[in-house]
Design a protein around this ligand. Structure first.
Ligand code: NAD
Ligand code: USQ
Length: 395
């Protein structure tokens, strides 16, 4: 089986490429290395010493004997090259991670908003149009986000993508299944809600087989494959734009930085360990929708936690202090989050939980590379309403 991993140099993509290669898939990574360029723009580096993509791939060949291909290609810009690649490789599946994925980065300035929309929507549309153009029957598995649902569920268990609603009409109640109403909390999350419409259209019009994985916040660093050699090590983002909350807290605890809880820390979010991410992708590829089936949507998360509870748990474990800092985002003070994830459980996923001591593993990684940390990059400096705040200061 052949698979293209779009965005395969990134935090989720690299371990996925290795996981699938280790299980006998013929893997080609497609990535324009834009994430590494954004590190240059922000003047930050992964806490872990990630190697250039060529070195990563050569190290994997040395260790496993297996080849991973690489194409430096910008999805959303180089359409003809991508169609030619599809016709050449004839992949059975494509895993699509290739988008700008940080909410704070997407809200940094007007330029960052424009870049995120342009990059993400064009990448997804080009991938879909190229699949149709190639004439091949390829399964697309896309990494979406729990954030498409919004986070205030008011007692509702968030279903997997679709919601059955009853509409009162003159002829009595009519039942209909609709996409769960989108409620994005950042420009980045908004691009994922629009991706969902592109998927609905291409599935209906062209019969493209699509799985959209609504993933929660990924935590952890290493997987079975990335820990085999330091040259395979995965990325660890800790800065205010790209670092996600749980990994940031673990890193902060390791370098004696107070845990940066936004506001009262009342936001509840869904989480998944990186090892489970790669398992879920494999399960999704093995259980592709059939021709003519609607877009298959799965919630890819394993547990939900409130931010302040996570901070408390890590503080108790490590002795770290907690600092409640002003929230740079526009989000509710408190939200509940109950999520259905029956499909992956039915497919046999046995989730790794925070309670299993894996937090230690991440803290160990953070401690080992603590000297690489630039603490000036820890604060979240991207504000959701920066322009309005500036205008108020100027008055
Ligand atoms: P990442 O930024 O580490 O990786 C994305 C990769 O895609 C990078 O290597 C980047 O260079 C590449 N890329 C971006 N735009 C591209 C383009 N136009 N053409 C070619 N390559 C391009 O992000 P990640 O954390 O690995 O996330 C991967 C996907 O999973 C994203 O779509 C994200 O929305 C989703 N996701 C991530 C998380 C998380 O916690 N990290 C949670 C839920 C969903
Ligand atoms: N937060 C803090 N302190 C911090 C950092 C974050 O309190 O130092 C809070 C935020 O205010 C927010 C919550 O933690 O309420 C989560 O923030 P995050 O940066 O960990 O996650 P988010 O912005 O939602 O984005 C991440 C990934 C994104 C993915 C999303 C899944 O970057 O690609 O889509 O998680 S989800 O959150 O389920 O939508």
């Amino acid at each position: 089986m052949r698979v293209l991993v779009l965005g395969g140099d990134g935090f989720c993509g690299w371990p996925t490429a290795l996981h699938l290669s280790a299980r006998g898939w013929d893997v080609t990574v497609v990535d324009n290395l834009s994430r590494r360029n954004i590190d240059n723009e922000l003047e930050v580096s992964s806490l872990t010493p990630i190697r250039p993509i060529g070195e990563r791939i050569a190290a994997w060949k040395e260790i496993s004997g297996r080849e991973i291909g690489f194409q430096n290609l910008t999805l959303g810009k180089e359409f003809d090259r991508f169609v030619a690649l599809l016709k050449d490789e004839k992949p059975d599946a494509i895993v699509h991670f290739a988008e700008q994925r940080a909410a704070p980065y997407s809200m940094k300035s007007a330029r960052h908003k424009l870049y995120t929309v342009d990059n993400n929507l064009n990448a997804t549309n080009h991938v879909l149009a190229a699949m149709v153009e190639s004439g091949l029957d390829i399964h697309l598995a896309h990494l979406g986000t729990m954030g498409v649902y919004g986070y205030a569920t008011a007692g509702l268990t968030i279903p997997e993508g679709y919601l059955t609603v009853t509409v009162e009409t003159d002829r009595g109640p009519v039942e209909q299944e609709i996409l769960f109403p989108p409620n994005p909390a950042s420009i980045y999350h908004m691009t994922k809600t629009q991706d969902a419409l592109l998927f609905q259209f291409y599935a209906k019009n062209d019969g493209v087989r699509i799985t959209d994985l609504h993933q929660g916040i990924v935590w952890g660093t290493q997987t079975e494959e990335t820990r085999q050699d330091e040259r395979l090590i995965n990325r660890f983002d800790y800065d205010g734009d790209y670092g996600t909350v749980l990994n940031r807290f673990l890193m902060q605890a390791a370098v004696d930085h107070p845990l940066t809880v936004h506001g009262s820390g009342g936001q509840t979010r869904a989480f998944i360990h990186i090892q489970d991410t790669v398992r879920c992708i494999e399960l999704a590829l093995k259980n592709a929708p059939k021709q003519g089936e609607r877009v298959k949507i799965l919630n890819q998360m394993t547990e939900s936690h409130r931010v302040r509870d996570l901070a408390r748990m890590i503080a108790e474990m490590t002795g770290a202090e907690i600092a409640n800092v002003p929230n740079p985002r526009q989000e509710a003070d408190e939200n509940e989050l109950v999520v259905a994830n029956d499909q992956f459980r039915d497919l046999g996923l046995k989730p790794i939980t925070l309670a299993q001591g894996l937090l230690d593993e991440v803290t160990d990684v953070a401690r080992r590379y603590a000297d690489r940390a630039d603490l000036s990059k820890v604060p979240c400096v991207s504000h959701w309403n920066a322009a309005r705040e500036q205008a108020a200061r100027d008055q």
